[in-house]
Design a binder for this molecule. Structure first.
Ligand SMILES: Nc1ncnc2c1ncn2[C@@H]1O[C@H](COP(=O)(O)OP(=O)(O)OP(=O)(O)O)[C@@H](O)[C@H]1O
Ligand SMILES: [Mg+2]
Length: 222
């Protein structure tokens, strides 16, 4: 597989500020001349949408944790092959709101399946495609829960209690330790503007020494 672009993911608990910061990231990179695609699972693929609808349906209370993990991986497989890989092959920067790390955290730790099986099914699902950079917005779990409640939203996952949020937070910290080169932790408890500046530093680093010409026209093998 020949990949020219860069693949960047953003992670963090619900309400951590991912949607807010990803828009800043897009603007920052576009100003530098990169072509940027923002996406999130299921990414507009019909198969992914249908799969996701089964997972998030509040009526499906009997769903086994393994079923849930496999459905997320199935939705991701379609998103990767239909949307992300083609964009990378066109030389674009792909900014993805949540990716495999979310499954490691929510299904691996949150649903107690363990990291190993989640990593295994997702390596298969993603054809081994790993991000060049993962920005992890690290927010205090009580603060993220407050934001979710303030929004008045809720699906099957957000209905869980604070203990679940603490477990998710701890799992994200586990991952940051497991993949220190890829995952960069940004303190997300502060002001939107301060977080934006920290995230831009990470972007600057990942594109260091690379001209726009190289980023959009040359092949780099991985
Ligand atoms: N640093 C911040 N300080 C205060 N409020 C913030 C901050 N960042 C984002 N918000 C607000 O918190 C809410 C959640 O932010 P956002 O939607 O960006 O989070 P998210 O990580 O995308 O959440 P989800 O996982 O649920 O999609 C929004 O109302 C947003 O305006
Ligand atoms: Mg969001």
């Amino acid at each position: 597989m020949s990949i020219k672009g860069k693949f960047i993911t953003i992670e963090g608990m619900d309400g951590a500020g991912k949607s807010t910061q990803i828009q800043f990231m897009k603007r920052y990179l576009e100003d530098k001349g990169y072509k940027v695609l923002i996406t999130r699972e299921p990414g507009g693929t019909i198969i992914g949408e249908k799969t996701r609808a089964v997972i998030l349906d509040n009526k499906h209370k009997e769903m086994d944790s393994r079923t849930e993990a496999l459905l997320y991986a199935a939705s991701r497989a379609q998103h990767v092959s239909q949307i992300i890989i083609p964009a990378l092959q066109r030389g674009e920067v792909v900014l993805c709101d949540r990716y495999v790390d979310s499954s490691m955290v929510y299904q691996g730790k949150g649903r107690d399946l363990g990291y190993k099986p989640i990593k295994m099914i997702n390596d298969f699902a993603t054809q081994g495609l790993e991000p060049d950079l993962t920005v992890l917005l690290d927010i205090d779990p009580t603060l993220s829960l407050q934001r979710i409640i303030a929004r008045g939203e809720g699906d099957r996952l957000e209905g869980e209690k604070i203990q679940f949020h603490v477990a998710v937070h701890n799992a994200y910290m586990d991952l940051a330790k497991m993949y220190p080169n890829r995952i960069k932790v940004v303190n997300a408890n502060g002001k939107i503007e301060d977080i934006r500046i920290e995230v831009e530093k990470l972007l600057k680093n990942i594109f260091k020494g690379e001209s726009i010409y190289e980023a959009t026209n040359s092949y780099c093998s991985r």
